[in-house]
Design a protein around this ligand. Structure first.
Ligand code: HEC
Ligand code: HEC
Length: 335
């Protein structure tokens, strides 16, 4: 899904904002608080056994071909689900072509990866297991052998998936995905504000929220994950980046590369340079920014977005307010 007629959305949005000023409830339809539980798929229930197993696997280097890295190496739960690097380094020393996004609240995205090539968290884990730039398993056999060698794991897989051949890549993906569905961060200041605690936002953050809507950031970043409309699982919400190419930032931060985004997954010309609109939750904690990882600070990411997506130059005050608003999107991790 892509909203083609941006000016149209902006007009609608302006309407919402204007009405929203006197009737704040309307704004709540565009932004709603993060739920305490993520949606779970029918074929992978969130059982305690699966979550516990997935949690253990998440930090286990045996998932990588040479026992060197785990999910947590790149998506460090104690670093807001990312690793702070421009590019992470895979098991074989090669870097994935894109900067690592946070895994926190990924459970609320309807597709995974910047090009949306994985239709579920389970598919994303499987993709990573066999991606030579990530966990780099050439096939399933070695992986199964490493996991099956552990008596503890054999027992846990049986508990989570039954007696019949429980240790498979498929079940590894299910367990890890079940754990990732618990990595959500409700009760940010913004969420508390949306639920009616008007004091939860600082004055600057409140002004930033206004700017966010007035300038038009919220044409793309809205909904519970601040990443667009609710679309069915397996479908994504993509936008052009840069939407207005040719600004000084394109060169300064090398924004226009041979990475064609959604096109890489579909090979359809109309998908060139479309990227999944990412969540802005916990964004203050996950520098550097964009799929390029080339923008080091939040203030600068805000200026880049205003210019590349909305063709606007912001004042220093606007940047300060927007950054204060974005800071209010940091929530609390379940332990
Ligand atoms: C070497 C670093 C690395 C490791 C290890 C790694 N990832 Fe990732 N992860 C990435 C990168 C890079 C992306 C973005 C890929 C893309 O968009 O093409 C990503 C994307 C994701 C996403 C999608 C997030 C989004 O917003 O689209 C999820 C979910 C995810 N990883 C979970 C995991 C899990 C679970 C593991 C362990 C099984 C894992 N990752 C291991 C680097 C890594
Ligand atoms: C036309 C749609 C659109 C508009 C309008 C828009 N964004 Fe974005 N935003 C995107 C897309 C697409 C990306 C992902 C780009 C990429 O991965 O390189 C993104 C990425 C971001 C990021 C970096 C996320 C990350 O994890 O690295 C931030 C911060 C951000 N936007 C903030 C804003 C702000 C603030 C505004 C208003 C000034 C805004 N956006 C307006 C579509 C939009």
């Amino acid at each position: 899904m892509r909203m083609n007629v941006l000016p149209g959305i902006l007009r609608n949005l302006t309407l919402v904002v204007l009405v929203g000023c006197s009737q704040p409830l309307l704004a709540f339809e565009v932004f709603s608080p993060l739920p305490h539980n993520a949606p779970e798929p029918a074929d992978n229930p969130q059982t305690p056994a699966r979550i516990a197993l997935g949690k253990q696997l998440y930090s286990d280097t045996r998932l990588s071909v040479n026992n060197t890295i785990s999910c947590n190496t790149c998506h460090d739960v104690n670093r807001a689900g990312a690793d702070g690097r421009v590019r992470s380094v895979g098991a074989l020393g090669k870097s994935p072509r894109r900067s690592t996004p946070t895994v926190l609240n990924a459970a609320f995205q309807s597709v995974q990866f910047r090009d949306g090539r994985a239709a579920s968290l389970e598919a994303a884990v499987t993709d990573h297991l066999f991606d030579l730039d990530v966990l780099a398993n050439p096939d399933e056999a070695g992986l199964i052998e490493r996991i099956t060698a552990s008596k503890g794991y054999r027992r846990q897989f049986t508990r989570a998936f039954g007696k019949e051949q429980p240790v498979t890549a498929h079940n590894i993906a299910k367990a890890v995905a079940a754990y990732v569905r618990t990595l959500i961060t409700p009760e940010s200041a913004f969420d508390r504000y949306l639920k009616g605690d008007k004091k939860a936002l600082s004055e600057n953050a409140r002004r930033g929220f206004e700017e966010f809507q007035k300038i038009g950031c919220s044409a793309c970043h809205f909904g519970i994950n601040i990443s667009g409309p609710p679309v069915p699982m397996g479908e994504g919400f993509y936008e052009l980046f840069p939407n207005y190419p040719g600004s000084e930032y394109d060169r300064k931060y090398n924004l226009v590369t041979d990475d064609l985004g959604r096109y890489e997954a579909t090979k359809e010309d109309i998908h060139k340079r479309l990227f999944q609109v990412p969540t802005l939750r916990n964004i203050a904690l996950t520098a550097p920014y964009f799929h390029t990882g080339s923008v080091p600070t939040l203030d600068e990411a805000v200026r880049v977005m205003a210019k590349t997506q909305l063709q606007q130059d912001l004042t220093d005050k606007q940047v300060k307010y927007l950054a204060a608003f974005l800071n209010s999107l940091s929530g609390t991790l379940p332990d």
